[in-house]
Design a protein around this ligand. Sequence first.
Ligand SMILES: Cc1ncc(C[n+]2csc(CCOP(=O)(O)OP(=O)(O)O)c2C)c(N)n1
Length: 548
Amino acid sequence: MSQTTIQYVLSRLRQLGVTDYFGVPGDFAFPINDAICEDSNLRFIGSCNELNAVYAADGYARIKGLAAINTTYGPGELGALAGMAGAYAEHVPIFHLTGQPNRATQDARAVVHHTLGNGEFDLFYEMTAPAVCARTILSPENCIAETERLIAAALYHRRPVYMAIPRDVADQPAVGTGVPLAEPKSDPATLESAVNAIVDAVDRAKTACILPGILVSRLGLRQEATAVVDASGLPFATMTMDKAVLDETHPNYIGMYYGKWTDENIRAFIEGADCVLAFGGLASDYNTAAFTATLDKSKCINVLHHETRVGHAWYKNVEMKDVLIALAKRLPKRTDIRAPKTSVPPEPQGYGDDKISAEALYPRWTRFLRPNDILVSESGTNVLGMATAPMPKGAQFHNQTLWGAIGWATPAAFGAAVAAPDRRTVLITGEGSHQLTAQEVSQFHRCGLKPIIFVLNNQGYLIERLLNKHPDIYYNDLAQWNYHLLPQALGCDGWYSARVTTCGELDAAMAKAESCGTGAYIEVVTDKYVAPPMAMKMHKSTQTLYKT
Ligand SMILES: Cc1ncc(C[n+]2csc(CCOP(=O)(O)OP(=O)(O)O)c2C)c(N)n1
């Protein structure tokens, strides 16, 4: 029997590993909602709202490589749009399937709900354009070709795509046949030239190092990149967006390279190297510690997804995967490069009734992490504390460094936990960020997941205070919630929940969270200006942060 258009789409995405659809149902989307639920291999995971759904998909895709959301027309799909833009910025491929009114309704320019009442039906399709790398409106006739085009685009760009499906189209048979589009291939001669140029540059360099970037993870190339480190013997460091992209317990890992905000020895070594071999590095403001990381372009190599730059020369049509595989075979092993090692993390300070200082909190969080943990760290002061925390073997670190939308982390942690239910998911969020999307905590319990959630309550938007010429100005204040009561109100029956204000209470709560066997939610209360050292450096860097 031939497949319906929606069945075709769902079956192709399933072949790529997408088994879960985050979303909110709606009448125009019912045929999509139904088709997901009728397929026993798939799950519709109801979210509290569409923004949370796309953030959950974002977290899921960071673990599984691809994700999908399902929304309804107009208000539903637009609720997800900001999150789609974030996924675009951060190279996270998400398939957005939205349901539209019937084609006859659209042709008649009827005034129906979820429209602006002006008979225009392609407005939301147009609004989505800059936030996706490809988009389409499906018909039974174009379904197969368009699905294949969108899959190919999502994989080529590692960015989101958008597919609108009119209500009457979803259940009609997909017309015709199709085959997946071929993956891009490196041009053999250009690949050879690029690899020769890299081998030559590393060979000639007195000192060299590797800066693996987040694209390595997005492309599923951790093994290939680690093989380059192993074969070449080169030391490697990472910037924040790229943290833990390769195992931080690897003997060649030297620590974070974060411009003038971290270890001066590491900065001096990397910036003084004759050759810096980056795999997809991005010189954004927060990835370069307010542009204080200054690398000489002529000494840099950047291996990107489909092209490579060696100094000032570009090599087009070479795939990162092919370059990494070739480098692992061709780079000679360097045993002569002496690189600094990042300093040992400090011991936790404070005990008993002591208030929770930064020196008490961040080293405790660092020690709390276990091998294979998934740590989701929200934008805010906490990420500047956790960026230098050494991650145990196999542990992952996720943050939305470029897009930096607060509220992302809570649903993203949920999505990550759905994608990897057997791993421990740890979420650290500021309370201001949490207020945007806190309802999604309920979904963990609904899906039987047991995260450990830390909500840092410092009475306001501390990171904003530190960037602001009027730190105490009232727009950086917040409504004060009883955060530790949220799990109960949100239906997380049986969870461990606590509010801690002293080091002793924090120690007890962390021990309980580890052992309780349920989800755990800990509100950590500090004074208003308790911030990790890097946040204080950021505070002093506003000149370079806003120079451009
Ligand atoms: C969607 C969105 N709105 C506004 C901002 C601006 N912003 C950046 S950080 C921040 C405050 C974060 O405060 P909180 O989560 O409490 O963490 P803290 O820095 O206090 O630890 C705000 C409002 C943003 N990044 N994203």
